[in-house]
Design a protein around this ligand. Structure first.
Ligand code: ADP
Length: 604
């Protein structure tokens, strides 16, 4: 048990140490992003009438009205048509930073001026903090709002978010999509809060310490937003109902334009057009469909819960049950992550799975190690037991051989009568020894099986000890060992025969494992609650600490035990003590002697 705990604690430490590496490494982080993309694309595209509609400068438009940059005359004309359709907001994702032909620019300025809620695009000329803005010309922009059109691709180049705010060249711009949404709501400029942005009561969780990053809650793959070709607008084929009171985002979608970016929902190797991404930003903001990471306070308990579940399963279950439970949890994590994503919470699924796999792996290794060690221990015990049974059989064989030889001799008519009497005596003695051995063995078996019922009665300990001492002294005489006794009058309820056996055994062991002419002491003292302590002390060879527990096992014989024996005596003494509701204690130092104490309760 102690060893198991030890192994478990070590494994727990390994598990805990590896957890951060499992949860946060480059590979897992990248897989987190891929899982995010996958879960996002599993959702059905959002339905319903979105507030944004795309007016696309597509391949057909360019085929008809010339290559990029898109003709300002055509743009001005289109805006004239659009104005008649009464859109609520118009956003133009075309950079109008350079002057064109004067009359065209004048027409465009007039066209733009027809929209009181207009957003024009601006972009930073580079990535450095000192990069300047490509800003729309003043005479074109008029009082229009300016929004930046940068996406914020992750390391893998996929656009999962935009930065709602961009600074550069002493100027700052809010994101194009945010500006469109703001004008749509009729709100003033976003109010900065420490942890988020406020847009006319709408709280946008784009934190300053995360560079105002907003995860774009993509409504679906390219094409979920209503899209009208600029050419059809110019050619009078557009339906005014598509535009009325909506946010119209004008921009290039032509394949060759290069304004395409990879998003979680890009498919077939084609990127998503910029205006589609803007429309998705608008949708995210207007619907308040914000996606946010779990955040450390929830993430860490999440990892611990996942690791805990894996460890608990590995500890409790085995085989097929364990495999199915682990598999079920592995599947539950993506399902739960998907449900969480639908509710706006982005779980680090790959990290969770990595933590789960790591924890399950370590826990399984620990359990396997523990089981293998237990098996090895059990096998060792079995071998030792077999060995001891053999030793016991050997013990039995010695008197048997003597009896056999003697009985042959006794049958020999030529053996004189006095010698026969001696041989008969030997046979008698050896068969008694044999009976004693077998009886001891059977007693241990019966007592430990609980089938030998105690016959408890009031026992006068002084009398009992006197009787045992008499026998033990006979035994001690051959080693000229003295037995001193200090037995005050005391009485308990016990089985006198078994108790005598126990005390006799302790005394003979003390004599057996002590040098010749030493002294052994028997002491009886009052114990707690009317019980007694019967101790036998010797100054013999003592017992190694490692052996002190094992000597009470059946058949266990000390490594130093030079005298013949069965290894059963102490097992029996222990059983007798336990059956009396007590115990036996050993206190011993190798080379200095031992004290065995029977701790017995009053017995009533
Ligand atoms: P046995 O004496 O037949 O070997 P026991 O069960 O009585 O069997 O004792 C088990 C072992 O405990 C002994 O083999 C011996 O090594 C050790 N032992 C028992 N009593 C003593 C003692 N008084 N001093 C030293 N060792 C002892």
């Amino acid at each position: 048990m102690g060893e198991k705990l030890h192994v478990r604690l070590i494994c727990l430490a390994i598990l805990a140490a590896g957890l951060p590496f499992a949860a946060w490494n480059d590979f897992v982080e990248q897989t987190n992003r891929q899982f995010y993309d996958l879960l996002l694309s599993l959702r059905a595209p959002a339905g319903g009438r979105a507030p944004a509609v795309l007016l696309a400068v597509d391949d057909q438009t360019l085929a008809r009205y010339g290559p990029l940059p898109f003709s300002r005359a055509a743009l001005a004309r289109g805006l004239g048509v659009l104005a008649g359709f009464e859109p609520r907001v118009v956003g133009i994702d075309l950079l109008l930073a350079e002057a064109g032909r004067t009359e065209e620019d004048a027409a465009l300025a007039a066209g733009l001026a027809r929209f009181p809620k207009l957003v024009l695009a601006a972009a930073l000329s580079g990535d450095s903090p000192r990069a300047g803005w490509i800003w729309p010309l003043d005479h074109l922009a008029g009082r229009a709002s300016i929004g930046h059109v940068h996406a914020a691709p992750d390391e893998d180049g996929v656009v999962r978010s935009v930065l709602l705010e961009k600074q550069g060249g002493g100027r700052r711009a809010w994101a194009f999509g945010l500006e469109c949404a703001r004008l749509y709501l009729g709100a003033g400029a976003p109010v900065e809060e420490r942890a988020s942005l406020l847009l006319s009561g709408l709280r946008i969780p784009a934190r300053r310490d995360e560079s105002r990053r907003l995860l774009v809650n993509y409504a679906g793959p390219e094409g979920v937003f209503r899209r009208v070709s600029f050419r059809s607008l110019l050619e009078g084929q557009a339906d005014p109902a598509d535009f009325r009171d909506r946010i119209v985002i004008v921009g290039v979608t032509a394949q060759g334009a290069g304004d395409r970016l990879f998003t979680p929902l890009s498919s077939g190797g084609l990127g998503m057009s910029g205006i589609e991404i803007h429309a998705n930003v608008v949708r995210t903001v207007l619907e308040g469909a914000f996606l946010g990471p779990l955040g450390a306070p929830a993430e860490i308990p999440g990892y611990l819960a996942v690791a805990g579940a894996a460890v608990a399963l590995a500890k409790r279950l085995r085989g097929l049950k364990l495999a199915s439970a682990l598999a079920a949890l592995m599947l539950a994590l993506p399902s739960a992550s998907y449900a969480a994503l639908r509710a706006g919470s982005v779980w680090p699924l790959a990290s969770l799975l990595a933590v789960f796999v790591w924890a399950a792996g370590v826990a399984l290794a620990a359990e396997y190690g523990i089981a293998a060690a237990a098996l090895r221990r059990e096998e060792r015990r079995r071998q030792e037991y077999a060995f001891r049974v053999q030793a016991m059989a050997h013990e039995i064989k010695t008197p048997l051989t003597a009896i056999q030889g003697s009985s042959e001799m006794i049958a020999d008519a030529s053996v004189p009568e006095p010698a026969r009497a001696e041989i008969a005596g030997l046979i008698h003695k050896e068969s008694k020894r044999l009976t004693g051995l077998v009886e001891t063995f059977l007693n241990v078996e019966r007592i430990s099986a609980g089938s030998l019922a105690l016959e408890k009665q009031p026992v006068d300990l002084a009398a009992l000890c006197a009787e045992v001492l008499e026998r033990a002294r006979l035994y001690a005489a051959r080693k000229r060992t003295a037995i001193q006794a200090e037995v005050p009058p005391a009485a308990i309820l016990a089985d006198p025969e078994l108790l005598s056996f126990a005390v006799y055994n302790l005394l003979t062991n003390a004599v057996k494992y002590s040098p010749k002419q030493s002294t052994v002491r028997l002491e009886v003292r009052a114990g707690a609650g009317g019980g007694v302590l019967i101790s036998v002390t010797d100054s013999g060879q003592g017992i190694e600490p490692a052996e002190q527990k094992r000597i009470f096992e059946r058949f266990y014989r000390g490594k130093q035990a030079a005298e013949p024996g069965t290894g059963l005596g102490l097992a029996l003494v222990k059983e007798i003590a336990v059956q009396h509701g007590g115990r036996v204690e050993v206190d011993s130092k190798p080379g200095a002697g031992s004290r065995f104490t029977l701790v017995l309760p009053a017995g009533d």
